[in-house]
Design a protein around this ligand. Structure first.
Ligand code: PMV
Length: 325
């Protein structure tokens, strides 16, 4: 039974430095690989959740009320009803303060916000681990958006995320260069499946993944930026190698994506502490040591094909606000 009339939850997007790509079990989003991300304070989803008056869910996302992303929320609410045995329907009003569905992990912040809101509204009293598992059922990367800072996924039978280090441990900045605002043609779920079933490099991706995670954790623990850059870039390019070599091939990059990779490598060679990573989309995320972000943003804005840039600090702990009955 609900203890509140309305809850307001803000959860942040996250950026994996060693990425989750591939599912061991597609129904539950049980990942085939571990992952480790940083929480992005500047990219957030806010969801207002209350009980619906009627017997249907009322869902809106950035003022849109139908389409693929709305169906996905509806399916997720059905799953929650099944898992926890309640029958109520919901009114869910969601806003992203960054572009949706274009490779900026809007499903991570969106599904994490929804899981946290359902837990609060329906007084489920789930632990942090259970919340992360519930968010994962909505989107694999959402398991990590339940926490802020550096967050790792623990690879057990029902995988969950936990904080590896706080944001204060190593304040990093992220500049995101947007090169295409269109919704991507192939979503990450479908692309993962195609990589896993058709790319000759997928097995190599799986085999080399545990070493990447070990090195990444070492880099974070020792605040070793050079190692962080080396492992993150290599892991990102390996993931894209499996994507590009799937059949039929998927190429998320635009010419500007590649130009940005070159630019970031040039800047690093010239002494700027920065590296790139790219999710399943055409945008490039440049991660740098704090203090370099302003100059970096100016440099990336000048790369031909860059539409706009966003900036974020490391953080991303969710906020939950309860509106009393
Ligand atoms: O959570 P999903 O199903 O959108 O998959 C996320 C996949 C990547 O963003 C490419 C990698 C990751 O670990 O976030």
């Amino acid at each position: 039974m609900s203890g509140h009339n309305k809850v307001l939850v803000t959860a942040c997007s996250n950026l994996a430095l060693v990425k989750y790509w591939g599912k061991a079990e597609s129904m539950t989003n049980q990942p085939a690989t571990g992952s480790l991300s940083i929480g992005l304070d500047g990219l957030s989803t806010t969801t207002e959740l209350s009980l619906a008056a009627g017997s249907e869910d009322e869902i809106s996302l950035n003022t849109i009320q139908s389409g693929k992303s709305i169906d996905r929320v509806r399916t997720y609410l059905d799953l929650c009803r099944r898992l926890y045995g309640f029958e109520q329907h919901f009114r869910a009003i969601t806003h992203n303060d960054f572009p949706t569905g274009s490779g900026l992990a809007s499903s991570a912040s969106g599904m994490a916000a929804l899981a946290l809101a359902i837990n609060q509204l329906m007084a489920l009293e789930l632990s942090a681990k259970q919340l992360s598992q519930l968010a994962r059922r909505g989107s694999g990367s959402a398991a990590r958006s339940v926490f802020g800072g550096f967050v790792e996924v623990v690879m057990v039978a029902d995988a969950f995320a936990r904080q590896f280090a706080s944001a204060e441990h190593w304040p990093l900045s992220v500049v995101i260069a947007i090169t295409d605002l269109a919704e991507k043609a192939v979503g990450s779920g479908e692309a993962m499946l195609r990589s896993a079933t058709t790319s000759p490099y997928y097995q190599g991706w799986l085999d080399s993944h545990p070493d990447d995670l070990t090195l990444l954790k070492q880099a974070i623990s020792n605040r070793d930026f050079e190692l962080l850059a080396e492992v993150s870039e290599s892991n990102c390019l390996k993931m894209h190698a499996t994507i590009i070599t799937s059949r039929p091939p998927i190429l998320y990059w635009t010419p500007a994506t590649l130009a940005l990779i070159h630019k970031i490598r040039q800047l690093r060679a010239a002494g700027c502490p920065v590296f790139f990573t790219i999710d399943a989309g055409p945008q490039v995320q440049a991660v740098c040591l704090k203090g370099s972000e302003q100059r970096l943003e100016q440099e990336l804005q000048q790369v031909p094909g860059v539409i706009r840039t966003l900036r974020s600090e490391l953080g991303g702990s969710p906020h939950i606000q309860v509106c009393p009955p």
